[in-house]
Design a protein. Sequence first.
Length: 200
Amino acid sequence: MTLRTYILLILLIPYVVACSTTPGDAAYRGGHPEQAANLYMKGAELGDSTAADKLGLMISQGEVSVEKYGNALKWFVRACELGSNAGCHNSGHAYEYGQAGAHKDYNKARDYYLIAADKGFMQSQYNLGSLYSNQYFHNDVEGFKWMLLAERAANACAKVPLCKWVMEDPPGHRTKLKNRMTKNQIAEAEQLANQWKPNK
């Protein structure tokens, strides 16, 4: 399991194991994946972004069939369209890695991450910064800005494992970016991060 997949699962597991708030949760916890998927699909078709996320997760984990429910990307994109930051993030992740029914497309990954990152979604801010760190896009100032914003968001939830992971940054994306930058570029990125406001 890659670190990205681990982050994706950490992000989505609370949706499935939390208290029954979405029709289908009780069926899922009771070991009835088909019934849960049917209820999630109905909810998603009626505009429930959380149900769309949960269905996408079930499909991506192989708990229900792609043939019956469509690929996970379809439901992650639907969740994003309905306003779910997690849905946008998961759509970006699918395109970044060519998973869940997506072909690998860094431009689409960036676009989906940006939707959630602009709203203050830490995981998307981090993944967006990593795209620049890995030089899929060449704007270190922009990448470092997103890394700084993700780090600040993670500081607010430092005891949560995912937040701790973002703060520690095991892949070293912040360091990679910073090492390529001049002092003026670092100062520019810090100024942009300080001026940034979430798009509500």
